[in-house]
Design a protein around this ligand. Structure first.
Ligand code: IPD
Length: 265
């Protein structure tokens, strides 16, 4: 399986770069600013769909029997034991506004286990990747998460979902947390937040209600950089809560989020 992992990594990197270049070059300059015939949201949806098609098309050409799960609807069982989990634009609102924190996120699972993760963030000029058991990298640089500070000195990333009532509950949790930590960041891309934990640019990240495509690649990248990842006690990062942090911050943050009911609406 080591050679399979290498093959999957090479394909994921190539697919993410192609999609990233397509999205960056194809983004209309005036998106979200000038009034266009179609609404800016439609243009983003079109780019999202086209990016997913580009990625699934490229991967299918090389590995026709693999399965897919994509944010824009790709859902194929496959019978090779490999499934690709794809977010063609993570950070869609940033993309719409011309803010730099958006990324293409591609993960590969082998027999249900995540083995490869790639997050390409073209405006940052950065691509992070990880292979299970081989560490996490930003380009050529090996990543390791930041040594854990006490929670009151930790910089914590979070995010808000799209459902209004849930956002109220999430804001309530953040309100209680903000005086207890160094500060809070909300980048608008969970994939990038998880890479930032890996790169030591955040001490931790949590969000409730993420979808598998938002976190599949970033979770592996954070773990391979030495972060702990999980969710509610006893659950993994795919459950109601996604949490990734330097080990000491994870240990402090998990019970606090539990106390605050971070997964309740
Ligand atoms: C979103 C981003 C955002 C997070 C949302 C996600 P999308 O993904 O990751 O940071 O807060 O919960 O849905 O919609 O831009 O692919």
């Amino acid at each position: 399986t080591e050679s399979l992992k290498t093959e999957l990594l090479d394909l994921a990197l190539e697919a993410a770069h192609r999609a990233g270049a397509f999205l960056q070059d194809g983004r209309p300059e005036d998106l979200g600013v000038a009034a266009t015939k179609t609404s800016p949201i439609d243009v983003v949806t079109e780019m999202d769909l086209a990016s997913e098609k580009l990625i699934t098309g490229f991967l299918t050409d090389h590995r026709p029997d693999d399965g897919f799960l994509g944010e824009e609807g790709a859902s194929v069982e496959g019978d090779s034991g490999v499934r690709w989990v794809i977010d063609p634009i993570d950070g869609t609102v940033n993309y719409l506004y011309g803010r730099p924190d958006w990324a293409v996120s591609i993960a590969a699972e082998h027999r249900g286990e995540r083995v490869v993760g790639v997050v390409a963030a073209p405006p940052r000029g950065e691509t992070c990747h990880a292979v299970l058991g081989r560490g996490a990298y930003l380009g050529e640089r090996r990543l390791s998460c930041r040594p854990s500070p006490p929670l009151d000195q930790a910089l914590i990333g979070t995010g808000f979902g799209y459902i209004a009532e849930r956002r109220v509950a999430q804001a309530e949790v953040a309100r209680t947390l903000v005086p207890r930590v160094r500060d809070i960041r909300r980048s608008g891309s969970a994939a990038i937040d998880l890479c930032d934990v890996a790169a030591g640019r955040l001490d931790g990240f949590y969000e409730r209600g993420l979808n598998p495509w938002d976190l599949a690649a970033g979770d592996l990248i954070a773990r391979e950089a030495g972060a702990l990842t999980g969710g509610r006690p006893g659950q993994g990062p795919d459950g109601e809560l996604t949490l990734a942090a330097s080990p000491g911050v994870f240990e402090a943050l998990q019970p606090l989020l539990e106390e605050l009911g971070a997964w309740h609406d």
